[in-house]
Design a protein around this ligand. Structure first.
Ligand code: PMV
Length: 328
């Protein structure tokens, strides 16, 4: 067992195509982007499971099944619950009867559609795996991260844990797992944030409701989503940014149709198009959170300022970055 602290990180993700439909077995394309969460872990002799989030300004510890808040809001226990699950799985796998300190420092906006909860879980599992010599494979780290994600919303597809753990770019299907994708040219991608926090769980529940009410209509929307992904895979192989942009807009329209867009998301999508983007769409669960746009390289700055003038914040994102990894 190592006495030092271990730092691990995991990337944020954007779903390029297929969110929500992926919960119903359709394919989706996700890429890891160059915003990361950093998790520092260390051993404690007092057997507490102490957690501190620098970004959320909350801290507290679990001891004998109870949570004790140290600082920040009452909702800390709920936020820390998935991390507790990860830590307990790793302690169990390593057969060690110790406490741990877990400190989270994130560059990923929370509840914004960039998969921050899965990134925290994947980075925590990776750091503890190293600290406790638990010898979990990457596949097992993915499984643990997936279990944690299930606590956040009941029926996750698994796409967030997969991209946080493995990084890169993937085509994901719930029942078949993922296929890594080679994207050989640069995709000038912009992420715009509405700044509106929302819950993935309630948006997923909303889609379920609307599908139950109008199964034939909604199922054919899901079918259309699948066709979009097939064409997008081809366009990504060929580097056809114009086609990708058009497909993004169709995908945004389908997400709007099932009620997961938001006035502000639509506004940022229009702002990006006005500035010359090839296409734009919401990303992740919607209802607020983030949108993405693809633009000709020379227009990236213009697209960013147009999104900002429309009331969002925006940044260029590098895609295809490494998955969960040890930093020290
Ligand atoms: O908004 P995020 O980062 O939680 O992504 C949710 C993606 C969904 O497809 C809506 C749900 C899922 O589990 O795949």
């Amino acid at each position: 067992m190592k006495s030092e602290t271990v730092i691990a990180s995991a990337p944020a993700k954007v779903i390029l195509f297929g969110e929500h439909f992926v919960v119903y077995g359709k394919p989706a394309i996700a890429v890891a982007i160059d915003r990361r969460v950093y998790v520092k872990v260390g051993i404690r002799e007092d057997r507490k499971l102490y957690i501190r989030s620098l970004s959320l300004e909350i801290s507290g510890y679990f001891q004998n099944e109870k949570f004790f808040l140290e600082s920040g809001k009452e909702s800390a226990e709920e936020k820390f619950e998935p991390i507790r699950v990860v830590a307990e799985k790793l302690l169990e796998a390593s057969n060690k009867d110790v406490g741990v300190t877990i400190e989270i420092d994130s560059q990923i906006p929370v509840a914004a559609g960039l998969g921050s909860s899965a990134s925290v879980a994947a980075a925590t599992a990776t750091a503890l795996n190293h600290l406790l010599n638990a010898e979990l494979s990457r596949e097992e780290i993915f499984r643990v991260t997936f279990e944690a994600e299930k606590l956040i919303h009941g029926t996750p597809s698994g796409i967030d844990p997969a991209i946080a753990t493995y990084g890169g770019a993937i085509v994901y299907r719930k029942d078949e797992g993922f296929q890594p994708m080679n994207i050989e040219f640069s995709v000038p991608l912009i992420v715009g944030d509405t700044g509106l926090e929302r819950s993935t769980g309630s948006l997923v529940a909303h889609v379920k409701q609307i599908r139950n009410a109008y199964p034939e209509i909604v199922n054919s929307i899901f079918e259309a989503g699948e066709k979009i992904v097939e064409k997008a895979v081809q366009a990504l192989k060929e580097g056809d940014l114009e086609v990708l942009g058009r497909l993004m807009l169709i995908n945004h329209g389908l997400l709007f149709a099932i009620g997961v867009s938001h006035e502000k998301l639509d506004k940022l999508v229009h702002a990006a198009l006005r500035a010359g983007a090839y296409g734009a769409k919401l990303t992740g669960a919607g209802g607020g959170g983030c949108m993405i746009a693809i633009a000709p390289s020379k227009l990236v700055d213009q697209v960013i300022s147009s999104i900002e003038q429309a009331g969002g914040t925006a940044f260029p994102a590098k895609i295809n970055v490494e998955g969960a990894r040890i930093e020290n």
